[in-house]
Design a protein around this ligand. Structure first.
Ligand code: FMN
Length: 184
């Protein structure tokens, strides 16, 4: 079955020297991504037809890559079937995928993924932490909130901020501080 599990896997996707949190939808033995056309990830997939999914449990990385760029020295190059791809230096595991665009609309596109190679770099045990989960949730909603300023989204974000404050550790609190700067 590989490293990803059934359902939606929240990973940090690398495409060239770009990294962004993305969901990989794994259902009925098929892996897909649903992408907003405006993202660099979508643009890079259209050009180069590959992505690498990085499995990372650092909450700061999710906030950082959702809202800004990483320096090029955080990317490690690898040769996969004679194609140069990149994973993140602090990745715990990575999976390289070939991509096929199944459907492309004006605002979004669906991409089917075929796994080419995967590697585990560190085997960390990650106890469930609601603060970490809420950073992920708050960050997803924040990426839409900065565009729409929809008060309903703000209410959801504030709910998750409360959980991060109650359940998060130092790294979640650091991620929260960063997130609050981005959504000000
Ligand atoms: C956990 C998480 C999952 C996300 N999943 C997706 C996704 O599946 N598709 C998408 O288009 N955007 C998704 N986003 C939003 C993108 O990460 C965000 O728009 C980002 O700015 C895109 O960066 P890029 O332009 O460098 O690709 C997700 C955000 C988070 C925090």
């Amino acid at each position: 079955m590989g490293l990803l599990k059934e359902g939606i896997n929240e990973v940090i996707a690398t495409t060239r020297f770009n990294a962004a949190p993305m969901g990989i939808i794994y259902r009925n033995g098929q892996m897909r991504m649903a992408l907003y056309i405006g993202s660099h990830t979508a643009q890079n997939i259209e050009k180069e037809r590959w992505i690498v999914a990085n499995i990372i449990h650092d909450p700061v990385m999710y906030v950082t890559t959702a809202f800004s760029d990483l320096s090029q020295d955080t990317f490690v190059s690898i040769d996969v079937n004679d194609r140069k791809m990149y994973y993140l230096a602090n990745s715990e595991a990575w999976i390289a995928f070939d991509t096929v665009i199944e459907q492309r609309g004006v605002e979004s596109m669906t991409v089917r993924l075929a796994s080419l190679h995967e590697e585990v770099l560190s085997a960390n045990v990650c106890p469930v932490n609601r603060g970490f989960n809420s950073i992920i949730d708050a960050t997803v909603h924040s990426t839409r909130y900065v565009i729409s300023r929809d008060p309903a989204l703000k209410k959801i974000i504030d709910y998750h901020i409360g959980i991060v404050k109650r359940c998060g550790g130092t790294r979640e609190l650091e991620a929260l501080e960063l997130l609050q700067q981005y959504i000000k």
